[in-house]
Design a protein around this ligand. Structure first.
Ligand code: SF4
Length: 339
């Protein structure tokens, strides 16, 4: 039995604050580094080794760390990521256990498994999903992801909407010469189906280290493209959310832009990440991690894990250095860190 120590009374936690005064309330938990796609901007076609199963946190371990995060550190929202989190066995059961702890839970997925799981995930307590979809063209989808699965994604999106996992957000990474001619089509597709479209600037987090800044479609370029067809009204940003939003005039269609590279939002960052193998990261681009799995498996009590967590946040830097000549890409790719 894992050691326990007394939890503070409900709501009596001390906030998880870093040295810049940023309060961390959002935890991203990667549930697996595995994926059933091989997107060209994320992974090589072959040869990326998955974590051995024994190194991946089990459900009890995930639940314990989330309990500490919620009850002791004030985490309020939980995003489940991967890899592809729907590949995690028994996911609805895990979500049901996490739901009991109280945070709002969302999930980022490639959508392939959603058609068969959306209903169960909603019943377990999941609030909403973000589905990655970079193109509407089947042959292009197959070229980008190296898998012919777009029909599954479209069915998954429809199932998520039908299950009430609202709002269903569609995430696309526009890349010059790859899918930048579909930006308007993607917005129209999302509006027509009641999804919320979001575009994300591509970031240097691929396993191959092949990110090319010149291929990135910047937020400014994207807004120019949208403005060719529609009048846009800025909605702004919800709290510390990464997306800035614009409403298309005369409609209730909202388009989000996550401009991590050209309009960094690190000053308001409230996010902390836990990898599938139990490493705590204070930033998406952190080059060091804290090994919570070792503490868990070594018998540490909750107070000790809480202290390690606070120390990790205390060491957090002001933000990423993508725009500096000194930028160092993290050793781990996005698929291992969790988005
Ligand atoms: S780059 Fe790091 S500090 Fe900036 S928003 Fe992302 S996680 Fe937060």
């Amino acid at each position: 039995m894992a050691p326990r120590s007394t939890e503070p009374p409900h709501g009596a936690h001390t906030p998880l604050v870093d040295r810049f005064g940023r309060v961390h309330t959002d935890l991203r938990v990667s549930l697996t580094d595995r994926c059933n796609l091989r997107c060209t901007y994320c992974m090589p076609a072959e040869g990326l080794n998955w974590l051995p199963k024994a190194e991946v946190l089990g459900d009890d371990e995930v639940v314990r760390l989330v309990r500490i995060a919620v009850r002791r550190l004030g985490i309020r929202s939980l995003r489940l990521t991967g890899g592809e989190p729907l590949l995690r066995r028994g996911l609805p059961g895990l979500i049901a256990r996490l739901t009991e702890l109280g945070p709002e839970i969302s999930l980022t997925t490639n959508g392939i498994g959603l058609a068969r799981t959306a209903h169960d995930l909603k019943a377990a307590g999941l609030h909403r999903v973000n589905v990655s979809l970079d193109t509407l063209r089947p042959e292009r989808y197959a070229a980008i992801t190296r898998r012919d699965r777009i029909a599954d994604v479209l069915a998954g999106l429809a199932a998520a909407r039908a299950a009430g996992l609202a709002p269903v957000k569609v995430n696309a990474v526009p890349v010059r010469g790859v899918n930048d001619d579909e930006i308007l089509d993607l917005v129209e597709f999302a509006a027509e189906h009641g999804y919320r479209m979001r575009f994300i600037e591509s970031m240097p987090l691929d396993a191959q280290g092949a990110w090319d800044r010149s291929k990135m479609i910047t937020a400014d370029e994207l807004l120019e493209i949208l403005a060719q067809r529609w009048e846009l009204h800025p909605v702004g940003r919800h709290g510390n959310a990464p997306a800035e939003e614009w409403r298309i005039a005369g409609t209730d269609t909202v388009v989000g832009v996550i401009a991590s590279v050209t309009r960094p939002f690190c000053g308001g960052c409230d996010r902390v990440r836990l990898t599938a193998d139990g490493q705590l990261r204070n930033c998406l681009f952190a080059t060091e991690e804290s090994d919570l799995r070792e503490l868990l498996r070594g018998g540490a009590d909750d107070a000790r894990i809480e202290a390690a967590w606070r120390n990790t946040i205390a060491r957090k830097g002001p933000g990423h250095d993508i725009n500096s000549a000194d930028f160092v890409q993290p050793d781990r790719p996005m698929s291992a860190i969790g988005g």
